[in-house]
Write a new protein. Structure first.
Lengths: 51, 252
């Protein structure tokens, strides 16, 4: 591919996939943080069956 | 639909559905990218047309996700579905992400083809407004502490903002715009060659399945967040419970 606009094409795909990877990482990181926090609360004695 | 309103049932569903959708996303994205790079260059734009395979599916997703949010808003306000507000909250950042991809790749496509990064024409401006609405909704969820009130307020704002969707779609017909008119979803069928159309449709399908995967994961996170909040309140309301390894003294 020897297009004069190759830089724009690469930038568009690079930026697009960076945003997609960012969204995936954000969702996975959120899950990790929440699961850890939940495990900590449960470990400390709280349970949903409590009144 | 009401069966998955139960968070336990929803978590059970996502435990097998998310991996299946993730694999399907990877396969479709791989096939779409492969076919996109094999697709012939455009007779006017040359290889720069390859930006279309990212820009157009992202543009479709930005409107599709708003449609999903409108359904979720109706679910919150009309049908009172217990997970509708979670679906609405989870979709807003994803909608903002896809809209940003649309705007950024459009700008990178516009510079070599139009000679400018940006013009204030009706299509570009209305998509920018959509992006700002998404950001506004994300901020709204963060700003209101009472989640029930946040859900109702966000639902109303989402439905009011829906007026922008037909404006985006028909802006190229209603006003003179630098942006081209519709070439796929139009009366008389698609105006682009099948050799360019098929990779585009496969990329669009890949983006749709990717959104479904991320959306289900984000709703699941929202269920965990609510569970964490409930447990934290329970723990806080029982001060005599040992929560951090040391006995907490009750306040006198």
């Amino acid at each position: 591919m020897s297009d004069p606009n190759i830089g724009f094409i690469i930038a568009a795909y690079g930026l697009g996939f960076a945003v997609i990877v960012g969204m995936i990482v954000a969702v996975l990181y959120d899950r990790l943080v929440l699961k850890r926090a939940l495990a900590k609360v449960v470990r400390n004695g709280a349970s949903e069956s409590e009144p | 639909m009401w069966n998955i309103a139960n968070p336990t049932n929803f978590l059970k569903l996502t435990s097998w559905l998310v991996p299946v959708l993730a694999v399907l996303t990877a396969l479709l994205l791989g096939a779409g990218l492969y076919l996109s790079f094999l697709a012939p260059p455009d007779y006017q734009q040359g290889e720069t047309v390859k930006i279309m395979y990212l820009h157009v599916p992202a543009a479709w997703m930005s409107m599709f996700i708003y449609g999903v949010m409108c359904m979720a808003a109706l679910g919150t306000l009309v049908w009172r579905h217990p997970l509708a507000d979670a679906a609405q909250k989870a979709a807003a950042p994803l909608g903002a992400g896809f809209t940003f991809i649309c705007l950024a790749t459009g700008s990178l496509w516009g510079k070599p083809m139009w000679g400018t990064w940006w013009v204030w024409d009706a299509r570009l401006t209305s998509v920018l407004v959509l992006f700002l609405i998404y950001l506004g909704l994300v901020a709204l969820w963060q700003a209101i502490e009472d989640q029930g009130r946040a859900a109702r307020t966000a639902a109303v704002l989402t439905l009011v903002g829906a007026v922008n969707i037909p404006i985006i779609k028909f802006s190229v017909d209603w006003w003179n715009t630098l942006h081209q008119s519709a070439s796929v979803f139009r009366l008389g069928g698609p105006a682009i060659s099948p050799s360019l159309l098929w990779p585009l449709l496969i990329m669009a399908l890949a983006f749709t399945v990717m959104f479904m995967t991320l959306h289900l994961m984000a709703i699941r996170n929202e269920i965990y967040r609510r569970r964490l909040r409930r447990l934290s309140i329970l723990a806080a309301s029982a001060p005599e419970t040992d929560l951090s390894g040391t006995m907490m003294e009750p306040v006198r």
